[in-house]
Design a binder for this molecule. Structure first.
Ligand code: PHE
Length: 487
C-alpha cells in the first residue's frame, strides 16, 4: 500500500517534498514509507534525498504534565481561596508534585508560604507550561523562550528526525515489475522466459564466506621433508612441468627404448601435443650413440635408437626426469658440486588399489661431486632417514637402468615388527653422466621415495584412496594433527 502510494503520487506530481507529512496525510506509518523509499531508490525507480530535522519531543516527565497539568498549577489549584495549612496541602499532592509545585509557584509569585499557612496571591493562573507541551506534542511551533524553559526543566529533548524528499528515478514506473532471480523449468516450458525481466547480477556481492582452510597431510609431511633437505644444505629443483618428453624422462637416463616402462600400459602418453618441439641436438646425438654402441667404456645396448620414440610426450613417470634436466644444465657450465632435491607429482598407468594410485608424489635427493662412492650414498641415506625417525636401515642390491650399483632401502618398522621397503637409490651410470658433458671424475648419488608412504605411516592411514583423490574425507583432513616427523 505504501509502495502504491509513493509511485502513484509521483505519476501526477513531480515531488514528494517531505516523507513525514506525506505519511501523516495518508495515515501511513512513516517507518513503512521510509523502507519503501529506500527499496525503490535502490532499484532507481525513485531518487530520494535525505532530509534531517531537529525536533522537540516530550520526556516522560513532560508527558505526565501534558496530561495532568504542570506541578505549579496542580499546587495552585490545591490551595483554596481561603488558604490552607502546609500539612493539609502536602497531604493533597504527590511528594514530587508538592516539592516542584512549591518551588515554581513561589518563583511565579502565585502563592505565599507563611509559617504554617499557604495562601493564593492571585485568583486565577494559566498553565503555560502545559499548553506549550501540548503544542510541541502536536508538532506546532513554540517560541524560543518557552523552548528554553522547558529544556532547562528537562521536560523536552531534541531528536533528529530523518525522512526523504522523493522524485521520479531513471527507472520510474507507476508499478514495480517483479524481476525474476532464476530461470525456471516452468519459464522454459511456458515460453514466458521471453517476457520475464531478470534481476541483474550483482558482481559486487561478497559471496558466501569460506570456512577456514587447512593443510592436507601430504602438504604437512612435504613441508617437514623440505625442512630436512634444507637443513642438509640441499637446493630445490624446479618441478613445475608435469608434461615431459620421453627423451628427458627415459633416454637421457639410459633407459632403452624397448624397456617395458616405456609401454603405454605403464606410462600415460600425450595425444595433444604428442611430441616435443625442441631438444638439444648435439646432446641427443651423444645419447643416441651411447644407446646404440656405447662409448665411455660401455658397449651400449646395440639397437637402433629412434628419434620419434624420444620425441613422444608423456606425463613424467618419475621426478628423475627433472634430475636429468638439472644435471645436463649443470654440465653446461664450469663444474661445481651440488645437492638437489624435489618433492612433486608423478604419473603411472597403474591398476588402482589400496596402496597404488595413477598419480602420486616422489621425494628425490641427489648429490653431485667429485669422487663420491657407495659409502657416501649409504652415509647420506642414514643421515636423511634418521631425521625422518627411521634409523634402522638395510640395503638390498637392485636394478635401475640409470644407476649402478642400485640399492633398495628398507627400514625396520617397530609397530609392524618387520622390515618395510621405503625407497630406491643408486649411483648414476657413466652412460648417463658422460654424454651430458660432466667431468669423468664426477659421480652422482641419488635416491627416491614416495611421499604417500611415510604420510600413511605417520597418520595411520591404510588405504591410499583415503589420502588422495576424490574419495578423500574432508573432515578427516580438517581434524588431522600437525606433522611430527622424527619426534
Ligand atoms: N626414479 C626412481 C623411481 O622412480 C627412484 C630413484 C631415484 C632411484 C634416484 C635411484 C636414484 O623409483
Amino acid at each position: 500500500m505504501a509502495e502504491e502510494a509513493v509511485l502513484g503520487y509521483l505519476e501526477n506530481n513531480t515531488e514528494i517534498s517531505d516523507s513525514g507529512t506525506f505519511a501523516e496525510e495518508r495515515g501511513i506509518n512513516h517507518d513503512e514509507i521510509v523502507n519503501i523509499i529506500k527499496s525503490l531508490n535502490g532499484f532507481r525507480l525513485v531518487d530520494a534525498q535525505d532530509i534531517k530535522r531537529e525536533r522537540w519531543v516530550l520526556t516522560n516527565e513532560g508527558k505526565t504534565y501534558a496530561e495532568d497539568g504542570s506541578p505549579e498549577v496542580q499546587l495552585f489549584l490545591a490551595v483554596p481561596p481561603e488558604g490552607i495549612t502546609r500539612e493539609e496541602l502536602q497531604k493533597k499532592l504527590k511528594p514530587t508534585i508538592y516539592q516542584i509545585g512549591c518551588q515554581q509557584a513561589i518563583k511565579n509569585k502565585w502563592i505565599e508560604m507563611g509559617k504554617s499557612q499557604v495562601s493564593r496571591k492571585l485568583q486565577h493562573v494559566d498553565d503555560r507550561v502545559r499548553d506549550a507541551l501540548i503544542q510541541i506534542q502536536n508538532g506546532e511551533a513554540v517560541g524560543p523562550d518557552d523552548i528554553n524553559a522547558l529544556k532547562r526543566r528537562k521536560l523536552i529533548t531534541s531528536q533528529i528526525w530523518k525522512g526523504y524528499s522523493v522524485t521520479k528515478g531513471p527507472k520510474y514506473a507507476p508499478k514495480r515489475k517483479k524481476v525474476a532471480t532464476d530461470l525456471t523449468r516452468e519459464n522454459l516450458q511456458r515460453g514466458d522466459w521471453k517476457e520475464v525481466e531478470f534481476k541483474e547480477y550483482n558482481f559486487l556481492a561478497k559471496g558466501q564466506p569460506t570456512e577456514g582452510g587447512c593443510l592436507h597431510p601430504l602438504l604437512k609431511v612435504r613441508r617437514q621433508i623440505q625442512m630436512i633437505f634444507l637443513q642438509m644444505g640441499f637446493e630445490e629443483m624446479p618441478t613445475n612441468n608435469f608434461v615431459e618428453s620421453s627423451f628427458w624422462n627415459f633416454d637421457a637416463l639410459f633407459q632403452p627404448q624397448q624397456h617395458p616402462a616405456r609401454d603405454s600400459h605403464d606410462t600415460f602418453f600425450l595425444k595433444e601435443p604428442s611430441t616435443t618441439r625442441t631438444l638439444p641436438e648435439d646432446y641427443v646425438e651423444r645419447v643416441k650413440r651411447v644407446h646404440e654402441s656405447g662409448g665411455y667404456g660401455s658397449r651400449g645396448y646395440g639397437y637402433e635408437w629412434k628419434r620419434d620414440e624420444a620425441n613422444k610426450n608423456l606425463l613424467r613417470t618419475h621426478t628423475t626426469a627433472v634430475s636429468s634436466r638439472m644435471l645436463y644444465a649443470l654440465a653446461q657450465g664450469p663444474f661445481a658440486p651440488k645437492s638437489y632435491y624435489s618433492i612433486d607429482r608423478v604419473f603411472r598407468n597403474e591398476a588402482v588399489d589400496r596402496t597404488h594410485l595413477a598419480e602420486f608424489h616422489q621425494i628425490e635427493g641427489l648429490i653431485c661431486d667429485r669422487g663420491l662412492t657407495l659409502g657416501h650414498l649409504i652415509g647420506v641415506l642414514h643421515d636423511f632417514f634418521s631425521r625422518l625417525g627411521m634409523s634402522k636401515l638395510k640395503f638390498k642390491p637392485a636394478y635401475n637402468p640409470y644407476t649402478e650399483p642400485s640399492m633398495e632401502i628398507f627400514s625396520y618398522h617397530e609397530g609392524l615388527q618387520k622390515w618395510v621397503e621405503i625407497g630406491n637409490s643408486g649411483m648414476f651410470r657413466p652412460e648417463m653422466l658422460l654424454p651430458m658433458g660432466l667431468p669423468d671424475d664426477v659421480q652422482v648419488i641419488a635416491w627416491g621415495l614416495s611421499l604417500e608412504r611415510p604420510t600413511m605411516i605417520l597418520y595411520g592411514i591404510d588405504n591410499i584412496r583415503d589420502l588422495f583423490g576424490h574419495k578423500v574425507d574432508l573432515s578427516l583432513i580438517k581434524r588431522n594433527p600437525v606433522c611430527s616427523i622424527g619426534l
